[in-house]
Design a protein around this ligand. Structure first.
Ligand code: V47
Ligand code: SF4
Length: 411
C-alpha cells in the first residue's frame, strides 16, 4: 500500500482541484471551479459564501486563494499603537464607539507632543518598526500637531515607519484647515508619513452609516481620500467593521467598492475585517448585545470571504486584539497571511470590551505563526521583509500569551 508522509503531501495549491466535488455544501462547487481557475467572484458568489454553513469548505477555498498569492509565508510587524487624543466631535453619532469623549467629558485626554514622544520611548531598544497612530477628531488640533508629531517621531526613531490617521481624520483636518485632501496628505507625507491605516470605513452602505455612524464621511468620501493618497504614492489599508446591523448585501457592496478602487490604483496593502465589540457603547445597548461578541464562525467567515472576494489585495490581516490570538492563529488556515503586530498599548478596542492582552511579544507572534505550520516573516509597513531567520530567538512553546516587556504609558 502506498504511504503518504508530510514530504509527499501535495501543497494546498494543488489540493483544491482534488477537493472539488467533496464540499459539504454543493453550492460551493461552481465557486470552487472559479477559484481553482483564478476567475473573479461576483456578488452572487459572495452571497453563497455568506450563506453557507460549510466553514471548512469555505476555508479550503480561501486557503487555496491565499496560498497562490503568499505561499506559506505569514507576515507580522513589530508595531506600537499610539492614540494621541480621544476627543472627538462625532462622539455622539458613532454609536459603536466606546473610545471617544467630548472635550469636557470625564476621561477625555489629549497628549502633548512631549507626552507622545515619551510614550514612543518604549520603541527604544525594542524591535519596533512601525508607529500606528489613530485617534478622535479633535475640534481644535490642526494639521501642524500631526506633522510636528511625525517629524519629531522620525527624528527620535528614524528606523520606525509611520502609519497614521484614518481617512476620517484626514477629511477632518482638511475641513478645519480649509484646504484640500491632497494638500493635507502631501504635507503629512513630507513630514514622514509612510502609509494610512484602514479605519473609518465601517460599512459603506448609506443606511448602515445612518444607523451607526451618522455624520461620518460617506463611503464614497472614504474611498475618495484613499484614491488621492494612492495617487500621491501613499499606500493604505482597508477595513470593514462587521457584526452589528449590516446585512450580507451591505458587506458585499462594501467589498466591491474596495475591490473597484484597488483595480484602479493598486494602493491597498492589506484588508482587515474588524469584529464589532459591544461594551460601553450606545449601539451595544440598543441592540441588547452588551457582553456578547462576534462568533468564531463569523470571524473566520469574514476572513475567508475577504480573501476570496478581494482577489487584487495582496494581504488579509487578522486583528488578534479583537478576535484573540487563538482565533487569529486559526485564521491562518482560513486565507489569512498577516497578523496584527506587537501593539504595546491601545484603547479603541479595549474600551469596547476586548479582553485580550494589550500586547503580544515579538517572540509570541513568531510562535503563533510557526505553531500554525506557517513561515513567519517580520515586515515593515510596506510589506518589505525585514527578517525571516529567527535563529537565536527564544521562542515560547505554544506560548502566545506570555507576558512581555512591562508596559509604560502616560494615561
Ligand atoms: O474605524 C471602533 C474600529 C477603527 C469599535 O490599518 C471598533 O492596520 C470594534 O484604524 N468594536 C479604527 N471596532 C482602528 C483602525 C485599524 C485597526 C486595526 C488595523 C488597522 C490597520 C487600522 O476601529 C474604527 C472602527 O472601525 N472600532 N470602535 C468597536 N466598538
Ligand atoms: Fe470619533 Fe472614530 Fe470614535 Fe467615530 S469611531 S467617534 S470618528 S473616534
Amino acid at each position: 500500500m502506498a504511504t503518504t508522509t508530510s514530504d509527499t503531501l501535495p501543497p494546498p495549491a494543488q489540493v483544491l482541484p482534488l477537493a472539488i466535488g467533496r464540499f459539504r455544501d454543493a453550492l460551493l462547487h461552481p465557486i470552487a471551479e472559479k477559484v481553482a481557475t483564478g476567475q473573479r467572484l461576483d456578488a452572487a458568489d459572495a452571497r453563497v459564501l455568506y450563506a453557507t454553513n460549510d466553514l471548512i469548505g469555505l476555508g479550503t477555498l480561501a486557503d487555496f486563494a491565499n496560498h497562490r498569492i503568499n505561499g506559506e509565508r505569514v507576515f507580522f510587524s513589530a508595531n506600537q499603537h499610539i492614540n494621541p487624543t480621544n476627543v472627538c466631535i462625532l462622539r455622539h453619532t458613532c454609536v459603536f464607539c466606546s473610545y471617544a469623549r467630548l472635550a469636557k467629558e470625564e476621561g477625555a485626554y489629549t497628549r502633548t507632543l512631549e507626552e507622545v514622544y515619551q510614550e514612543a520611548e518604549q520603541a527604544r531598544g525594542a524591535p519596533t518598526r512601525e508607529f500606528h497612530i489613530v485617534g478622535g477628531l479633535h475640534p481644535k488640533l490642526g494639521l501642524s500637531y500631526y506633522t510636528d508629531m511625525i517629524r519629531g517621531l522620525k527624528e527620535r526613531h528614524p528606523q520606525v515607519q509611520i502609519k497614521a490617521l484614518t481617512a476620517v481624520e484626514i477629511a477632518h483636518l482638511a475641513r478645519i484647515e480649509k484646504s484640500g485632501i491632497a494638500e493635507v496628505l502631501q504635507r503629512l507625507k513630507d513630514a514622514g508619513l509612510t502609509s494610512l491605516p484602514g479605519g473609518g470605513a465601517e460599512v459603506f452602505s448609506t443606511a448602515v452609516r445612518a444607523t451607526i455612524a451618522e455624520r461620518k464621511l460617506t463611503g464614497a468620501e472614504w474611498i475618495a481620500v484613499h484614491r488621492v493618497a494612492h495617487g500621491l504614492g501613499i499606500p493604505s489599508n482597508c477595513t470593514m467593521l462587521y457584526g452589528h446591523v449590516e446585512t450580507a448585501d451591505d458587506r458585499i457592496e462594501h467589498l466591491t467598492m474596495l475591490r473597484d478602487l484597488q483595480d484602479e490604483t493598486g494602493g491597498f496593502l492589506t484588508y482587515i475585517p474588524l469584529a464589532y465589540h459591544t461594551e460601553h457603547n450606545e449601539l451595544g445597548v440598543s441592540l441588547g448585545r452588551v457582553g456578547s461578541a462576534t462568533t468564531g464562525f463569523e470571524d473566520l467567515k469574514n476572513i475567508a470571504i475577504g480573501r476570496l472576494f478581494l482577489d487584487n489585495i495582496p494581504h488579509v490581516k487578522t486583528h488578534w486584539p479583537m478576535v484573540t490570538p487563538f482565533m487569529s492563529q486559526i485564521a491562518l488556515a482560513f486565507g489569512c497571511d498577516d497578523v496584527e503586530g506587537t501593539v504595546v498599548y491601545e484603547r479603541v478596542y479595549h474600551e469596547a470590551g476586548a479582553h485580550t492582552d494589550m500586547q503580544l511579544p515579538y517572540e509570541g507572534l513568531v510562535a503563533l505563526i510557526r505553531d500554525a505550520g506557517k513561515v513567519p516573516v517580520e515586515r515593515d509597513s510596506l510589506y518589505q521583509s525585514l527578517r525571516e531567520d529567527f535563529t537565536g530567538l527564544v521562542i515560547p512553546r505554544g506560548g502566545t500569551h506570555r507576558p512581555g516587556l512591562p508596559v509604560v504609558h502616560s494615561a
